[in-house]
Design a protein around this ligand. Structure first.
Ligand SMILES: C[S@@+](CC[C@H](N)C(=O)[O-])C[C@H]1O[C@@H](n2cnc3c(N)ncnc32)[C@H](O)[C@@H]1O
Length: 218
């Protein structure tokens, strides 16, 4: 089903129940929290900007996906999209792989256990994704530096934000690094911001963790 974005109510219930069961061990170990799946699904749907309803991305990378949030739910919502989940923690990635099989999306979901700063300097990944999403990855400069290098020209990085985070994104001179804010929106479950990659990015980005911590981009 290329080119389709489903509403949460249209997602197959049996797949969601299977996903919920597969995530149960992760919940017991505190890797997922206790938020009920229907709420997580609505929040994941919030990552979909209006532009994707017209033309969903062909590929999407979830930055710091943990056990698959929001990436696995976006895979269910966008059945034509190939989704890559990236997290540095092997155990979370294992849970994500099991969950992808359980909810029937393993044929188009890839789970990579990697640090994003390493992946973003690999020729097979840098600039290779139509879109990126991040939920609870870190402060805006960290998400920007880790995420935008993975997105191809004109692609969007979509991030869930609180009020402070949103202001920080809006005040940042993103044009310096070949990016611009494309849209912001608020729905019942939260607020989001979409950053478009508009031009070339300095080759040294993302920098090692220590440099990002000691001198954030903005
Ligand atoms: C707070 S968790 C959020 C997980 C998931 N997005 C969610 O909403 O449940 C942040 C995740 O980002 C991962 N992470 C943080 N920095 C990372 C990096 N530089 N490279 C890869 N993964 C990273 C952590 O391992 C952790 O699983």
């Amino acid at each position: 089903m290329p080119g389709v974005v489903l509403d949460p109510a249209e997602v197959d219930r049996a797949r969601l129940e299977a996903l919920d069961r597969a995530w149960a061990p992760a919940r017991r170990h505190g890797a997922l929290g206790s938020t009920p799946l229907p709420h997580l699904l609505r929040h994941a749907a919030g990552f979909v900007p209006a532009a994707w309803r017209v033309r969903p991305p062909d590929t999407l990378v979830d930055l710091g996906s943990g056990v698959g949030l929001p990436g696995l739910l976006l895979a269910l919502l966008m059945p034509g999209c190939a989704v890559t989940l990236v997290d540095a923690r092997a155990r979370r990635c294992d849970w994500a792989r099991v969950a992808a099989v359980a909810c029937g999306v393993a044929d188009r979901v890839t789970v990579r256990t990697s640090r994003l700063e390493d992946l973003a300097h690999r020729a097979d990944a840098r600039g290779g994704f139509g879109a990126a999403v991040a939920r609870s990855l870190g402060p805006p400069p960290e998400v920007f530096e880790l995420g935008v290098p993975l997105v191809r020209h004109d692609g969007l990085l979509v991030v869930s934000v609180d009020t402070t985070g949103r202001r920080r994104w809006e005040d940042a001179p993103l044009g310096q690094w070949g990016a611009a804010i494309a849209a912001t929106w608020t729905r019942g479950e939260g607020s989001w911001i979409a950053v478009r990659r508009t031009g070339p990015l300095p080759a040294e980005l993302p920098r090692p963790a220590r440099a990002r911590r000691s001198a954030p981009l903005f």
